[in-house]
Write a protein of this length. Structure first.
Ligand code: CU
Length: 478
């Protein structure tokens, strides 16, 4: 079984990309006022969303939270309690996952592992304390290959006690959509051909729903950019022409501020990055924001400078680190070591895997909607990858033995990358990490939180196709 590699791929050396450039002329304003409030009620229902094509705007039928894609911005202060009354007005079950946050297990939303899905017409209250500041997001965790791609996601910001000093706080939500010529979402969800390859990749890449987003800047301002990749499967490698941003947080976790230099900023599905950017361009100037994706090179938007200079004199100052979130100390010397080999997909070596407790060949797996496996098991969720003692350090040695990149996400606990392709590294705390084909990555975390926590590929079609397991941490789950 061989399929041509339709998508270019992220390699260990960087991004290899196609040559087609997306050119667009008109634009939608991309800046979004970040109101410091959070609605108490979240309703999942069919809706419509305007998508900007550069020279046109078309309405797409979506599924969304409270009628917009992304759903309402949920914004809190660290230490606040999240309380959301969720209602399901879809005609299929669903659940809400709080990506990157650390709720008690019963609030994690990973249906059906941590809760029964909320049935059509049903409701559920999600409530937990927000212990970590940073940029997070929430999304469906049930049939996500269908529900998330239709728009069931939103951004969640937890403000630091001592916020960064900036002139603007700008949210940039990256997505890609599969749209037809009328601007409707292609309803062909669940295509096994896509599942076996890179997932459902779009033909319309957007920042804040626009294929040519205009991010308004004033010369002399210092801004915080919060980027989130909410796409099902797409990887974005971004180039900010004329600007050198400083990375201050990854997946919500503060890092020692470091300049992006001349590198591309890579965001895999589910990942977030917070940047500080000094608006050093001239009044009236524009500067493209280019994305190299798995399929394309596109101009996603522009920094557009107003005619007047301004700002409060922060430009050029050292970027100070954000207040750290409390993180445990890793006991690497005594860590529990676990292996996780990712297998399957098109052009892979896998010839069969266990499903529902018995060995199946590829044809039988595919007829059951599975094409990927972890350690030879295609998505069975009745046995954990490991049972961990509460408080022990675990290291998962992940091998990507497939022809595709993947974005591994752990629920409930953040991890540090401690090795990549044989080299010891001192990675940032993250909740999602990207592995290129053949990559070997070791992640370490402390099993702090009791309960069953999913570990899966965040390319949702890969997860649904078998790339999922969970870790069970002993103790009384909240
Ligand atoms: Cu994957």
């Amino acid at each position: 079984m061989t399929f041509p590699l339709r998508a270019a791929t992220v390699t260990r050396r960087g991004v290899i990309f196609g040559a087609a450039a997306g050119l667009a002329s008109l634009s939608m304003a991309a800046n979004r006022t970040l109101a410091a409030s959070a609605p108490r009620r979240l309703i999942a229902a069919p809706g419509r969303q305007a998508l900007g094509y550069g020279n046109a705007t078309r309405l797409a039928d979506t599924w969304s939270y409270n009628g917009t894609v992304p759903g309402p911005l949920l914004r809190y202060r660290v230490g606040d309690r999240l309380e959301v009354d969720f209602q399901n007005r879809l005609d299929e079950p669903t659940a809400v996952h709080w990506h990157g946050l650390r709720p008690p297990n019963a609030m994690d939303g990973a249906a059906p592992l941590t809760q029964a899905p909320v049935e059509p017409g049903g409701s559920m209250t999600y409530a937990f304390d927000l212990t970590d500041a940073g940029t997070y997001w929430y999304h469906t965790h049930f049939r996500g290959w269908n529900q998330q791609d239709r728009g069931l996601y939103g951004i969640l910001i937890v403000d630091e006690r001592k916020p960064l000093q900036v002139d603007q706080d700008i949210l940039l939500v990256l997505d890609d959509w599969v749209v037809d010529k009328n601007g409707q979402l292609d309803p062909a969800f669940g295509q096994m051909h896509e599942w076996a390859h890179a997932g459902r990749l779009g033909n319309l890449a957007t920042i804040n729903n626009s294929a040519d987003a205009a991010v308004q800047l004033t010369a002399g301002e210092r801004v915080r950019l919060r980027l989130a990749n909410v796409a099902n499967a797409q990887i974005f490698a971004l180039l900010f022409s004329g600007h050198i941003p400083v990375i201050v947080a990854e997946d919500g976790n503060p890092v020692e501020p470091r300049s992006l230099g001349d590198k591309l900023l890579v965001l895999g599905p589910g990942q977030r990055v917070d940047l500080v950017l000094d608006a050093t361009g001239a009044p009236g100037s524009t500067h493209p924001i280019t994305a190299y994706t798995l399929t394309d090179e596109v101009r996603l938007g522009r920094f557009v400078y107003g005619a007047e200079a301004g700002g409060s004199g922060l430009v050029g100052n050292d970027v100070k680190p954000l207040d750290g979130n409390a993180r445990p100390i890793l006991d690497l010397a005594n860590a529990r070591r676990l292996d996780l080999t990712m297998e399957g997909g098109a052009m892979g070596r896998m010839r069969g895997a266990m499903m529902s407790g018995r060995m199946m060949g590829m044809r039988e797996l595919v007829s059951n909607g599975r094409i990927w496996a972890f350690n030879g098991i295609a998505g069975d969720m009745d046995t954990p990858l490991a049972v961990l003692k509460r408080g022990e350090t675990a290291i998962v040695d992940i091998v990507n033995d497939t022809a595709f990149p993947h974005a591994m996400h752990l629920h409930g606990m953040h991890f540090r990358e401690i090795a990549r392709n044989g080299e010891a590294i001192d990675g940032s705390w993250r909740d999602t990490t990207v592995l290129a084909s053949d990559d070997r990555v070791s992640i370490a975390f402390v099993a702090e939180a009791p309960g069953k926590w999913m570990l899966h590929c965040h390319m949702i079609e890969h997860q649904a196709g078998g790339m999922m397991t969970f870790l069970e941490v002993e103790g009384e789950a909240g």
